[in-house]
Design a protein around this ligand. Structure first.
Ligand code: FAD
Length: 443
């Protein structure tokens, strides 16, 4: 291979976080970028397990997180709004573009606290639109959310569980289309020899070369066998649940905040006729439960008491955790799928007629509050996780980008829709250093 000009940057992890980072760096045309992904394809893990909620903040009890998410989604949608789910595209108030939230009688957050956050979101959207009309990507501010009359939902949900119903401007992403777009852009830069995408390449070692400030990255080629070594002036660790493990190789732990990794299952169902035109619904705040209507008779469901399968707050993931994530049998997945369907059906009885077609597992990572309980490793009963106030687990009021040592940047993409903003933060960090040098590779 040619020895590239410009700085060499290695991005570890080809999820949405790593891919968008590689893309943003490639667009500067200043670097030689290696994107290393251990799987055979890009963006097939947690990034591929989401329903693609374009969250406007209604999901969160923490007001700062709600507002951060709103901003990220608005920025994302201004630039990439064309990747929204097509369904109902021609009608501003189409039911499939009006995600509903139901506050449960058993909500762990009082209704007035929730509505206070919702009002803050509406006010923020209104202000942003009035200052810059290009932010009006989710319809008129006055339609941002409204409280539903009981007759508008009583045929569809178990009303005895519901304190209040709310209609919002929340929509869903067409993730498959966005994924294809990101890959095609990366391939374009690969053709121009600015990015080298290496799938089936698992990073097993990182060491800092103290004399020159560079890093030596070692990866195993999982398809052809053998090892690859790359010297990089800058390393971006976007390996999500493996961030802690790789950090540890550089002696980093005290610098970064405590992470919590949580395995989350999500199922795809074929919808019965009665639900084909039903808006997406979200039941909160406590043991969350969700029905996303993806159009074409496809729904995606989560039900927190079954969906949360394992949690770990260790720096390096325990083998049991990895076992649940990678090695669950088809029968175990099938059983999990039925339990999730049964759970959501308690709130949306017509779902009992739905048919489970797929069960996927992904990982959610968050930072933990410093002074909070340490979950350690747990599988099974994860009741503690359900309280939206617990331990910072339901906060995402930060990007997840950190630079714990010069030239070593962590990009934990806390929400799918933070991907482009995060990539810009990483790019700006690297450009601001404007370090010089070139990289070499040896096989
Ligand atoms: C069930 C579920 C639902 C979600 N719903 C939403 C939603 O509606 N809206 C939203 O905005 N967000 C949602 N999220 C969150 C979102 O999916 C994540 O925040 C985001 O996908 C994380 O992206 P990532 O690139 O950091 O991680 P990943 O997509 O997991 O990518 C990390 C990559 O690193 C690779 N890797 C790991 N270790 C190594 C190594 N040693 N060497 C090489 N490669 C390595 C992995 O194979 C993986 O491909 C959801 C997440 C889950 C699990």
């Amino acid at each position: 291979m040619d020895i590239p000009k410009g700085q060499t940057i290695v991005v570890i992890g080809g999820g949405v976080g790593g891919c968008c980072t590689a893309l943003a760096l490639a667009r500067t045309q200043q670097f030689q970028i290696y994107l290393l992904e251990k799987n055979g394809e890009l963006m097939r893990e947690s990034s591929d397990a989401t329903p693609g909620r374009m969250g406007l903040g209604f999901h969160y009890a923490d007001k700062e997180t709600a507002l951060y998410y709103l901003h990220a989604t608005l920025e994302f949608t201004r630039k990439y709004g064309r990747f929204r789910q097509e369904v109902g595209r021609n009608e501003t108030l189409h039911p499939l573009r009006r995600g509903r939230y139901f506050i449960l009688k058993s909500s762990l957050v009082p209704v007035n606290e929730i509505l206070d956050t919702y009002d803050a979101l509406k006010e923020e959207y209104t202000t942003m639109v009035s200052e810059d009309p290009s932010y009006e990507v989710f319809g008129r501010p006055e339609d941002f959310y409204r409280v539903l009359e009981p007759w508008e939902f009583e045929e569809d949900v178990a009303t005895e569980e519901i304190e209040m119903g709310i209609e919002t401007a929340e929509e869903f992403l067409d993730w498959s289309r966005l994924r294809r777009f990101i890959i095609s852009q990366l391939e374009h830069f690969q053709d121009k020899k600015m990015v080298e995408i290496r799938t089936n390449s698992e990073v097993t070692e990182i060491s800092a070369l103290e004399d020159c400030g560079a890093y030596l990255i070692k990866a195993v080629d999982l398809s052809a066998g053998g090892n690859v070594e790359i010297f990089a002036e800058v390393t971006v660790n976007a390996s999500w649940y493996n961030i802690g493990k790789l950090n540890k190789m550089l002696g980093i732990s005290a610098f970064t905040r405590k992470r919590c990794n949580r395995i989350k299952a999500i199922i795809t169902v074929q919808l019965p006729e009665a639900l084909v035109h039903m808006p997406s619904m979200f039941f909160c705040m406590g043991p969350f439960c969700m029905f996303a209507n993806k159009g074409n008779r496809v729904g995606m469901l989560t039900y927190a008491p079954e969906t949360n399968m394992a949690v770990s707050t260790s720096e390096e993931l325990e083998p049991e955790f990895e076992h649940v994530f990678f090695n669950l049998s088809d029968d175990e997945k099938c059983a999990k799928g039925q339990k999730i369907l049964a759970g959501v059906s308690k709130y949306i009885p017509k779902l009992k007629q739905a048919k489970v077609t797929n069960v996927k597992l992904g990982i959610i990572q968050t930072f933990m509050d410093e002074d909070t309980i340490d979950f350690g490793f747990k599988v099974g009963n994860l009741d503690l996780l359900h309280d939206p106030h617990v331990g910072g687990i339901y906060k995402r009021n930060y990007s997840g980008v950190e630079e714990p040592r010069p030239g070593y940047i962590i990009n934990a993409c806390m929400k799918l829709l933070y991907c482009f903003d995060n990539a810009e933060i990483v790019k700006d960090l690297i450009l601001s250093k404007s370090a010089e040098g070139s990289g070499t590779e040896s096989n």
